[in-house]
Design a protein around this ligand. Structure first.
Ligand SMILES: Cc1cc2nc3c(=O)[nH]c(=O)nc-3n(C[C@H](O)[C@H](O)[C@H](O)COP(=O)(O)O)c2cc1C
Length: 197
């Protein structure tokens, strides 16, 4: 057993207990602007090759969530004219549970030095760090995408440009349940030693 200084073991405990709360189980109160900025202060502290800051955030809260749900419902009808009412209503409700949803957007435009993949990873790290920060501040959170994150019409309505990608919708709110733990991979099964050929 490795012995760790107290502050390290506390941090490890936080890392080891991180889990998502399904967005449907997130309710009021959500973080206000100051609380959200506090979380984002931790979330932006990610490794960033070339210091590009290849990400930005969109806050979707209050009535804006319902407006986005209506856009999804309309778009769902266009994409799947035969979609049942329940499918349409499911899409309409996607953003109506968590009080605050943060869309994390990556900048993947031309760059002479830093590959788009690295900038995408950087923005992905921000999503994960935001989940951790939300939990550390006592909120539940879940990282979701779904078809809407890749649909050009929805992205245009969100103001996401052609050179950008919507990496995740981070739903944040008060957990209404204690989220069940799920089985986690065993790292020992995933780790091998490289031996020179
Ligand atoms: C990029 C990305 C997109 C995801 N999109 C969805 C999604 O659209 N729907 C979903 O049910 N889970 C999605 N997930 C999974 C959840 O965020 C989450 O991992 C899952 O609820 C398990 O919880 P955990 O965070 O406790 O492991 C996504 C995860 C990632 C990394």
């Amino acid at each position: 057993m490795i012995s760790l200084p107290k502050h390290s073991s506390t941090l490890l405990e936080a890392l080891d207990t991180r889990r998502s709360v399904p967005s449907r189980q997130l309710g009021e109160p959500g973080p206000d602007r100051d609380a959200l900025l506090r979380m984002l202060t931790s979330a932006v502290r990610v490794p960033d090759h070339g210091k590009r800051v290849p990400f930005r955030f969109l806050r979707i809260e209050g009535d804006a969530r319902h407006a986005l749900g209506d856009i999804l419902a309309r778009r769902c009808r266009e994409r799947e004219p035969g979609a049942s009412d329940s499918v349409i209503e499911k899409d309409r409700s996607r953003f109506s549970f968590a009080p605050v949803v943060v869309a994390v957007i990556a900048n993947l435009g031309p760059d002479e030095k830093i590959p788009a993949q690295e900038r995408l990873l950087c923005a992905g790290n921000v999503c994960f760090a935001l989940l951790q920060a939300a939990q550390a501040m006592g909120y539940g959170a879940q990282w979701l995408t779904g078809w809407a994150a890749y649909d050009r019409m929805v992205l245009a309505q969100l103001g996401v440009g052609a050179d950008e990608a919507l990496v995740g919708f981070i739903h944040i709110g008060a957990a209404q349940i204690e989220a069940p733990e799920r089985e986690r991979p065993d790292p020992a099964m995933l780790l091998t030693d490289w031996t020179p050929p």
